[in-house]
Write a protein that binds this ligand. Structure first.
Ligand code: AMP
Ligand code: MG
Length: 491
């Protein structure tokens, strides 16, 4: 049986300067290690057809399915603040686009599928560890309700990739509402190709912001739309303790999805200056810096769009600044509203922000676990005798003082304790992909070819807001000797 991909490709119909046509490079002995069957169904693909042997060959890049028009996309980007005029898909190939069950166009891309004209000195391959990390974390983000690219499959190639040592190679099948980045605009801006910028902007509006099609100033509206989605996205990251790790402009999606999971991680103990990535020596992409960096990246996007705004440079800049000015309020509104929900408030009152800030300050000072403090606060809302939230604080008295004010505040609302607890448990996850667990799962797969821990972890993370008592250990923070302080790109 031949699996049918109902491709309807639009990006590869854009001008030749937007991409390079290149097929995946066949691999020796592909083996499918994970297929996301519900996602396959959502994409209109027959999951049985994606199973081995035929499915594995496609998902590892050994054969190209009918109707695919494989391309590597061109883009530039600021990496840690340094501009690189040409990056591009150096180890990824976009097979094509399908329209999913909700009518949304989705890219299907193979990551780690071999060299492309954009590979520079890279081998075009990915190692198994980072592929599993991206699978786990992207699917966990989806389950948490955060806009993200998704993972359709992971396959090992049967070949080794050479990093610091020889590691098993793997291919991730990534699904995104598109792979267009801030860096895609930068690629054309640095070449002063205004026609291409306009083509790209029109494509993006039609694809991601169709509600703006009739706008009087569609390119202004486009910048405003991306600003709003990125502000909302970063607020959501902060609300679950997520640190992207490499917020370069080439890893910043125009659709507002989280993209390019490299050395990302969730924090355990609350620490606003937390950094995990081994390559982020200056803390540029630290947890609390992420809103500022998102705005910095959006400012780079605005620069690219200036030629579409006005012939008059000064007017164009003034307009761009005006639009970028909305970031701060959109971010703060989303973040504060999210925090109010996290502590179980149904209404907004003067003093709420201070109450929340005092909790965060006490958490930072007392190395309280970010996820468990909020989750267990939900238990305390339901039953004042529940003291697991308190137990997260090195000095529990710091919590008691705060909790007294919190109970006073919640008492001003008519909701019952049970209602408050249910509302809090619906926004405060029990399970996040804790870094020490991610590492352990990767070690079992890479060292022992054992995917049982990976399977179980993915299953637990698919229901992050459910108690799942059988899997309670997955909610535990690391013991001191389990703590993983650094994450690596592995590229
Ligand atoms: P990333 O750090 O994954 O966002 O990648 C940054 C840039 O480096 C992109 O242009 C990638 O395509 C490229 N790149 C990363 N790893 C490799 C590799 N192993 N081979 C070729 N290009 C790569
Ligand atoms: Mg990237």
């Amino acid at each position: 049986m031949t699996v049918h991909f109902p491709f309807q490709n639009s990006y590869s119909a854009l001008p030749d300067s937007f991409f390079a046509r290149v097929a995946p490079t066949p691999v020796a002995a592909p083996r499918l290690i994970k297929l996301n069957r519900p996602l396959a169904v959502q994409l209109g693909l027959d999951p049985d057809g994606l199973e081995p042997p035929e499915g594995a060959e496609i998902l590892a890049g050994k054969t190209v399915p009918a109707g695919a028009d494989p391309i590597a996309m061109a883009y530039a980007g600021h990496q840690f603040g340094q501009f690189v005029p040409q990056l591009g898909d150096g180890r990824a190939v976009l097979l094509g686009e399908v329209i999913d069950k909700d009518g949304i166009r989705r890219d299907i891309q193979l990551k780690g599928s071999g060299p492309t004209p954009f590979s520079r000195r890279g081998d075009g391959r990915a190692a198994l560890g980072p592929v599993l990390r991206e699978y786990i974390v992207s699917e966990a983000m989806f389950a948490l309700g955060i806009p993200t690219t998704r993972s359709l499959a992971a396959a090992v190639t049967g070949e080794h990739v050479i990093r610091e040592t020889a590691l098993p190679g793997a291919v991730l099948t990534r699904v995104a509402s598109s792979h267009i980045r801030v860096g895609t605009f930068q690629f054309f801006a640095v070449r002063r190709d205004t026609d291409a910028i306009r083509r790209l902007a029109d494509h993006v509006i039609a694809r991601h912001y169709p509600e703006l099609l009739g706008a009087e100033r569609p390119y202004h509206a486009l910048l405003g739309g991306v600003v709003a989605r990125q502000a909302d996205l970063v607020a959501r990251w902060l609300l679950v303790g997520f640190i992207h790790g490499v917020m370069n402009t080439d890893n910043s999606s125009i659709s507002g999805e989280t993209i390019d999971y490299g050395p990302c991680a969730f924090m355990d103990a609350y620490n606003p200056s937390q950094v995990f990535s081994s390559i982020d020596e200056m803390g540029r992409y630290a947890y609390a810096n992420q809103p500022r960096i998102a705005l910095w990246n959006l400012t780079r996007l605005a620069e690219c769009l200036l030629p579409l705004f006005s012939e008059d440079q000064e007017k164009a800049v003034a307009k761009a600044q005006d639009i970028l000015g909305a970031f701060s309020d959109t971010f703060s509104d989303g973040y504060q509203a999210g925090l109010r929900k996290k502590i179980g408030l149904f209404t907004e009152r003067d003093g709420d922000n201070a109450l929340i800030q005092d909790l965060l300050d006490a958490m930072a000072k007392n190395q309280a676990d970010f996820t468990l403090t909020f989750r267990k606060l939900g238990d305390a809302a339901g039953d004042p005798a529940a003291d697991d939230a308190r137990a997260q604080f090195m000095d529990p008295a710091a919590f008691d003082e705060w909790a007294r004010r919190w109970h006073e505040r919640t008492a001003l609302e008519p909701q019952t304790a049970a209602e408050r607890q249910a509302a809090m448990h619906a926004v405060n996850p029990m399970f996040i992909p804790r870094n020490h667990r991610v590492e352990a799962v990767i070690q079992a797969a890479v060292n022992d070819d054992d995917y049982t821990p990976f399977e179980e972890f993915v299953k637990v993370l698919a229901k992050p807001f459910e108690g799942q008592p059988d899997y309670a250990a997955y909610a535990d923070p690391p013991l001191p000797e389990q703590r993983v302080l650094q994450t690596f790109c592995g590229t």
